[in-house]
Design a protein around this ligand. Structure first.
Ligand code: NAP
Length: 491
C-alpha cells in the first residue's frame, strides 16, 4: 500500500484500507502497474495512491463476477442475508474509522460522515432482512386453462458505478440489494473517493464474501473501463449513480446489449415555504436540505420559493443560521461545512453565483469563493433571484441558497416543475391536506412534506424526468436486481 499522509497512516493502523483492485477475492495491482493519487480536498495533499485499472482489468473483474454468478444465485437467501447482516455489524463496529476516512478523502464534516456511515450500514441490514422475503405469485389464468406462476430471478452480473459525494452509502445502496437478490457485481467507485469503497469491500471479505461475488476496480480513466464492462456479453445490469450527463452517455452504451438499467441521476430540488408554514421549522428543514454535505447532494435544496408574507422572516432566519455555520477541514471536530470536492467544483459554483448576481440577484451572505488554500466556498444566500438565473436551473452542488419570492399558491407549481429534473422536492405548510394536494402536482419522485430529509433505506429513492430510472432502497431496490419470470403451468 502507498500511503502518504500522517492522519491517513494513523487511520490505516486501525482499519483495513486496501489500495489494490479486488478481483476474484484477491487484492491485486492493475495489470499496467499504474497508480492513481487520492487527495484531501481540504489541503489538496495526496493521501494515498490506489491501483489504476484499465479495460483489461475491468474484463478480468467481469470474468470473476461471471464465474461466481451461478453458485451465488444458488446460495440460500438466508446465507446471503447472514453475510449482509455480519457486514452491517462490522460497519457499525468500525463506524468511527470509516467516518474519518470519508471525511479525509471527501472533505465532508465528521458529523455528516458519521451519519453517512450509519445510513450506509442500514442498507446491509435492510437487505439482509428483505433478502429472505423473495416472494412470487400464483394465480389462475382468466380462461381457467392454466396457473400463472410468477417468480423473481437474479438478473446476473451487475456493474455498479458510484459518485464521490456519498462514497459509502451510494456503494452499499447498490451492493446490498445486488447481493441479496443473488447477483454478483463489479463496483467502480469515483476516482476522488475510492478508499471508502475499498474499505467497505474489505469489511465484506471479513464478513465471509465468497471470491468473485463483489469485485472492485478503481481507475482514472472511467470511459474505456466502464465501456469494457458494459459491452461485455457476460454483463446483464448497469446500476449507476452520478450526473445526468454521464448517465445519458452510459444509457447509450448499455443499449447495445439491452442491459437492465437503474439510474440515479442529478437533481434540482425546489424548497417551497407557504405562508401558513411554521417558519422556524422551515428554516431548520432548509438547513438540513441545503447544507448536508455542504450542499453536495443530489437531494440538496437547489432553489427556494417562499410565499410573500413569510419571505422576510424566512430569509432572516436562513441568513442567521447560514452565517453561523463553521467552515473548515471536515476532519476538525468543530467543522459543520467542509470544502467542496475539488477546484473545478468551486469554479462551477462561482460561475452560477456570478450569473445570478449579474442578472440582478443580491447576496445577503457570501457570494464569492473563500481566499486561501483548499477548495472552500462560503455559505451563501441570494435573494431577488430572477427566474432565468442559471442557478435555478442547474445543480449548484455547493452551499448556496437562491431565494425567490412568490405571491400566489397557483403560480408556484409552474415554477417548481420548470426543470428537466425530478428527483426530490420539499414543501412546508401548516395544512397537511394542502401539502398533499400540492405534492400530487409536483413532478418529482420524492417529496419532503415538512421535512428536510427524505433518505431512508426502507423507502423507494429515485427520480422522475431526467433524474433517473428505477428506485433504490425498499423492496423496489431489490426487484431492480431481479427479472420476473412467469411459468404457464398446467396444474
Ligand atoms: P459523475 O461525474 O457523473 O460520476 C459518477 C460516476 O461515473 C463516477 O464513478 C465517475 O468516475 C463515472 N464516470 C464519469 N465519467 C464517465 C464516463 N465517461 N464513462 C463512465 N463512467 C464515468 O458524477 P459525480 O460528479 O461523481 O457525482 C455528482 C452527481 O451525482 C450529481 O449530479 C448528483 O446529483 C448525482 N447523484 C445522484 C444521486 C441519486 O441518487 N440520484 C446520488 C448522489 C449523486 P470518475 O470519478 O472517475 O469521474
Amino acid at each position: 500500500m502507498t500511503v502518504t499522509d500522517a492522519t491517513m497512516s494513523t487511520l490505516v493502523d486501525s482499519i483495513e484500507v486496501p489500495t489494490e483492485l479486488l478481483v476474484a477475492g484477491v487484492w491485486r495491482p492493475a495489470a499496467s502497474g499504474r497508480r492513481l493519487d487520492v487527495a484531501d480536498p481540504a489541503t489538496s495533499l495526496v493521501l494515498a495512491s490506489v491501483a489504476d485499472a484499465d479495460a483489461g482489468d475491468a474484463a478480468a473483474a467481469i470474468g470473476a463476477a461471471s464465474e461466481a454468478a451461478a453458485e451465488w444465485a444458488a446460495t440460500a437467501p438466508r446465507a446471503r442475508a447472514d453475510l449482509l447482516m455480519r457486514a452491517f455489524h462490522l460497519m457499525l463496529d468500525r463506524s468511527e474509522e470509516l467516518a474519518r476516512l470519508i471525511s479525509l478523502e471527501n472533505g465532508k464534516s465528521l458529523a455528516d460522515a458519521r451519519s453517512e456511515v450509519s445510513y450506509a450500514a442500514e442498507f446491509f441490514r435492510w437487505y439482509a432482512e428483505e433478502g429472505v422475503r423473495l416472494r412470487g405469485q400464483v394465480g389462475r389464468s382468466p380462461g381457467g386453462a392454466n396457473r400463472l406462476v410468477v417468480t423473481h430471478q437474479p438478473v446476473g452480473v451487475s456493474v455498479l458505478i458510484t459518485p464521490w459525494n456519498f462514497p459509502a452509502a451510494m456503494a452499499t445502496r447498490k451492493i446490498a440489494p445486488a447481493l441479496a437478490a443473488g447477483c454478483t457485481a463489479v463496483l467502480k467507485p469515483a476516482a476522488e473517493t475510492p478508499l471508502t469503497a475499498l474499505a467497505v469491500a474489505a469489511l465484506l471479505l471479513e464478513a465471509g464474501l465468497p471470491p468473485g461475488v463483489l469485485n472492485v476496480v478503481t481507475t482514472s480513466d472511467p470511459g474505456p473501463v466502464v465501456e469494457a464492462m458494459l459491452t461485455d456479453p457476460r454483463t446483464r445490469m448497469l446500476s449507476f449513480t452520478g450526473s445526468t450527463e454521464v448517465g445519458r452517455l452510459l444509457l447509450r452504451t448499455a443499449a447495445d446489449q439491452v442491459l437492465k438499467c437503474g439510474m440515479e441521476l442529478g437533481g434540482n430540488a425546489p424548497f417551497v415555504v407557504l405562508a401558513d408554514a411554521d417558519v422556524d421549522a422551515a428554516v431548520d428543514g432548509a438547513m438540513v436540505a441545503k447544507m448536508r454535505n455542504g450542499g453536495q447532494a443530489c437531494t440538496a435544496a437547489n432553489r427556494f420559493f417562499v410565499q410573500a408574507p413569510v419571505h422576510d422572516a424566512f430569509v432572516e432566519g436562513l441568513v442567521a443560521r447560514m452565517a453561523a455555520v463553521q467552515v473548515g477541514p471536515g476532519t476538525d471536530e468543530s467543522t459543520q461545512c467542509g470544502p467542496l470536492i475539488n477546484d473545478e467544483a468551486v469554479r462551477k459554483v462561482d460561475v452560477l453565483v456570478r450569473d445570478a448576481l449579474d442578472r440582478g440577484a443580491r447576496a445577503l451572505l457570501g457570494g464569492r469563493p473563500a481566499d486561501g488554500p483548499g477548495c472552500f466556498y462560503p455559505p451563501t444566500v441570494l435573494v431577488d433571484v430572477p427566474l432565468d438565473a442559471r442557478v435555478l436551473h442547474e445543480e449548484v452542488f455547493g452551499p448556496v441558497a437562491p431565494v425567490v419570492r412568490f405571491e400566489r399558491e397557483e403560480e408556484v407549481l409552474a415554477m417548481v416543475n420548470d426543470t428537466t429534473f425530478g428527483l426530490v422536492s420539499y414543501l412546508y405548510t401548516g395544512d397537511l391536506a394542502r401539502g398533499l394536494r400540492l405534492a400530487e402536482g409536483i413532478e418529482s419522485g420524492m417529496v419532503g412534506l415538512n421535512r428536510g430529509l427524505v433518505s431512508d433505506p426502507a423507502a423507494p429513492f429515485g427520480g422522475t424526468k431526467q433524474s433517473g430510472l428505477g428506485r433504490e432502497g425498499s423492496t423496489e431496490g431489490l426487484l431492480e436486481f431481479m427479472e420476473t419470470q412467469y411459468v404457464a403451468t398446467s396444474w
